[in-house]
Ligand binder design. Sequence first.
Ligand code: CRA
Length: 825
Amino acid sequence: MSESLDPITVPDRTVEGFVQEFLRELHFGQGVDMSRASTNDKYLALARTVRHHLMSRWMQTLRHQGQVQAKSVAYLSAEFLLGRQLDNALLAADIDGIVTEGLTSLGIDLDDLRQAEQEPGLGNGGLGRLAACFIDSLATLSVPSIGYGIRYEYGIFRQTFVDGWQVEQPDTWLELGSPWEFPHPEAAVKVNFGGSTETYIDDDGNARSRWLPGWSVIGVPYNYMVPGYRNGRVNTLRLWSARAEKSFDLQIFNSGDYADAVRAQTFAENISKVLYPEDSTPQGKELRLQQQYFFVACSLADFLDNVLPGDFDLTKLPDRIVFQLNDTHPVIAIPELMRLLVDDRGWSWEDAWAVTQQVFAYTCHTLLPEALEVWSVDLLGRLLPRHLEIIYRINDEFLAQVRKAYPDDELRVRRMSIIAEFPERAVRMAFLATVAGAKVNGVAELHSQLLRDKVLNDFSAYFPDKFTNVTNGVTPRRFVRMSNPALSGLITEAIGEGWVTDLGRLRELEPLADDAEFRRRFAEIKRGNKTRLVDLLAARDGIEISPDAMLDVMVKRLHEYKRQMLKLLHVITLYDRVTSGELPIDQVTPRTFAFGAKAAPGYKMAKQIIGLINAVGRTINTDPALERRLRVAFPANYNVTLAETLVPAADLSEQISLAGKEASGTGNMKFALNGALTIGTDDGANVEIRQLVGDDHFFLFGLTEPEVADIVDAGYRPSTYYAANPTLRRALDHIAHGTFSGGDQRVFEPVVSNLLHEDRFLVLADFQSYIDAQDRVEKAYADQDGWTRSAVLNVARSGFFSSDRSIKDYLDRIWHAEPVAPPFV
Ligand code: CRA
């Protein structure tokens, strides 16, 4: 269905038209003229001007959606790590050309305005960034969908280093204005908490339960545009902000107690105040449960009351919507929907359960048992008493069925109970999601297999058809087309521009790996990207690196299972070989070891490791014996914006988690797509990357998951590796003896003793295998042309890792929804 656009909302797509619109925005929107405008004024005016170019498509998409009522996807996620919006909007609207020209004619550099944007860091790491990639792909594939989440006033903290130690600063991303959001206070939703429940007899004589809440807050929606890539579609991301019902008590204010007058407001607004800075570990805090229920209750109410037409027959809900639960954070939506149907709409339990079981699907993102979220019955009952009752009933009915299927197997029943009894009585959110969800998926082949065979084994035996896999992906728009313009140009020149929305077509580059001229240009682009990074790090962090050195990169959250320590031990080993005279410095390949990592503020060991990386860096970067051939670069505050310059510049991608611990990883995909070679374990999506790019173009090392399981079962003793391996011993001794801490042996003692006596993630067991693989890297890199050939093949063979492919898999395997024709192109 193609409609013509509303002329009022379609801006003129010419340079003159743009300039006029931009100046209008500056005058009427910002209230300044060119002579007085600050960079921020110009950025805001530009953002609004660009926004105008997407507006008509947004309105059109919404109108069309209202008319067609096709099955939609609601992606429920506590995190959306969006990254900067300006470039993405320019790309989607296809107006970068006229904007650059228009601004130049006004004497403005587009790049200066880009820098003014504070990225919305509303996520921790992979899970939040995945959600952002998925809504991009949903829009580009023209799937009717809506993202629902929380508009945190403070996103992921800004990391700074003081003497090499991490210090967190608040992320004030809203401070200078946020031109990409549209608040709708008139569409606010009330959310209840606390209180108690009571039973009563309804008009038909049935005993029913109802909730008598104790307090409530208001959720105000903020809408964001999610443009598809040049397909005329703009979907919506709706993030909720908490407000008090009555922000201000005039009586109290007049009596002179100014603090008390705004107390309710302060209390309510705390709910959407900050993102919990945890990654892969649940933070069992009351406020976090409040956040989860808050956004889920707002989203369900919004969908049922506002998105669906007033006369919608809710028994048909499964034909109209699927709620995808991004990990367990939104799982409280399950009892909430039951409550809305049973308590508020008077449905029978059975009818409500039949619908509920069809409209939710659950993605699990972890393998770490400690990361599976549980809420104590005590807390949940206090905050959401009616939901707790509903969960108990779901559990009772489920366990009755399990007992029927496995008579006399009470142990199994206890294992499968949604309610854990030890160490305290608690609700296992992953189990609730598995019981109620129509489908459960892991995020890479190996991860899904381990979910079935280990983490959720009883459930996969009981519900064999529920479990499936969807391997993660990343959006090629942001992570190739936008962030690597030079490579994008080369690819387009070689195979046309179709790859941007059909990434499998990168395969067509394969023959060019054997074309010397293509390789030369590819290598030249890599060097250009390194130069871009060199300039950025100099300006952003005062870090000096050389564009001629190999760029070896490990960027991801700091976690012991990801094993930043393993890479650091390699760095220390090289340092030791050179300073001990074993290895002449002129035989060392010049290499920059780049790290980027935030540690959760309460994670002591992770913070120690950050301190140690910086300490090693200080020593290595200043030791004249190394002649600056080895350098450690650890820019603070790694985020999406930095990734966009770092990833295209990388030669070597470090994906070195202990096998069986990283669910998928998505950084690994971004690097391969930008022509870095991977050194990695057989873990997460590395397995699939290696299968696709081929063993000759991937540096594999380390124990496999079954080997890890065997070693752990047999009783792992890290000190035996220390005793048996002199190279390892020398590296650890450097840390222990204070080489990097001015002789002070206490500073990093916890790191050393943890590795020697505990080493939960088998760093010492994989050490030698990793060093050997790094020696292979060194040899391979010496043949620059051969390396470039492998890099080209990595790009050509990584098209599978597009989030467009992931979304198609979700559509086929889980959502059973379809793209609709865009309203216009
Ligand atoms: N920390 C996994 O650990 C995975 C992403 C996205 C994670 C990553 O391996 O790539 O999810 N898990 O699927 C997670 O957040 C709560 O669990 C992650 O980002």
